[in-house]
Design a protein around this ligand. Structure first.
Ligand code: GSH
Length: 267
């Protein structure tokens, strides 16, 4: 039995659903409402004390961490292979995936909450006390810290600047990498492409695809990955129509500040 605890718009859950779709495996869905705090309820904290999705349950074993989960799925369901046949290729794919855990994902939280999700939290929780209660119930101190800064300060928060810097550097490097091959580590789709797809998507949903107007190779890669059936089944079919207009509108409003930050990086 394969059961996924997930959320429709969660970037880490998106990559797991993408892999499940590529592998054409059946799975049972247990969806959590993250804005309602389902992930912080005692019954879920018993499953993942970090209070985060995705969680995969397979034959009685619990797995957390999306990159670990997709590697596991790739081993347990070997067809189609989603890592290169050679050890060096696999090392390259893992290096790119590690980078997500080393900071990119945290910066995505900064962008998403700083631009858009803060509005949902502020509207739902209403008072400073309720917001503080929300922050202090987040088990991971890093996430607690970034949420506190950017939910409160929004795009004016100094923490926001760092996120733009990290993404601009990442997109430039990916653009360079993709100049010489179709996918991130060669000419076949791998877990590294699948792991990065949700981050391009998050930027697009936040009206930030303008960040790759000057990065043609990344733009080509992103359009190609959106065409895959795994993307359609694992991501697009789950997009939440209640989130998209807010993300788009708030992202559009944030653009002048972001454009200024980007111009400062380039000079
Ligand atoms: N490193 C973890 C990160 C998981 C994570 O941050 N999950 C987010 C959704 S993408 C979450 O559950 N957030 C809960 C919240 O927003 O409170 C992974 O790769 O699985």
């Amino acid at each position: 039995m394969l059961k996924l605890y997930h959320n429709d718009m969660s970037s880490c859950a998106q990559k797991v659903r993408f892999v499940l779709a590529e592998k054409a495996v059946e799975w049972e869905s247990e969806e959590l409402n993250l804005r309602a705090g389902d992930q912080l309820k005692p019954e879920f904290l018993q499953i993942n004390p970090k209070g985060l999705v995705p969680v995969l349950e397979h034959d009685g074993n619990i797995l957390i961490e999306s990159n670990v989960i997709i590697e596991y799925l790739n081993e347990v369901f070997p067809e189609p292979a989603l890592l290169p046949a050679d050890a060096y290729g696999r090392a390259l794919a893992r290096r790119w995936m590690k980078r997500l855990d080393d900071g990119v994902h945290l910066e995505t939280i900064v962008l998403s909450f700083g631009i858009a999700f803060r509005h949902q939290l502020i509207a739902t929780l209403e008072t400073d006390e309720a917001l503080e209660h929300h922050f202090s119930s987040i088990p991971d101190p890093y996430i607690q810290n970034v949420q506190r800064q950017v939910v409160t300060g929004g795009i004016g928060s100094p923490r926001f600047e760092q996120a733009i810097l990290v993404f601009e550097k990442l997109l430039k490097e990916l653009d360079q990498e993709l100049a010489s091959h179709t996918w991130i580590v060669g000419d076949a789709l791998t877990l590294s492409d699948i792991a990065y797809a949700p981050y391009g998507t998050r930027l697009e949903h936040l009206h930030l695809s303008r960040m790759w107007d000057n990065k043609p190779n990344f733009a080509r890669w992103y359009e190609a990955i959106k065409e895959t059936s795994g993307y359609q089944t694992g991501l697009a079919e789950w997009f939440n129509p209640n989130y998209l207009p807010l993300m788009d509108k708030a992202g559009n409003e944030a653009w002048p500040r972001i454009a200024k930050l980007l111009a400062a990086i380039d000079t």
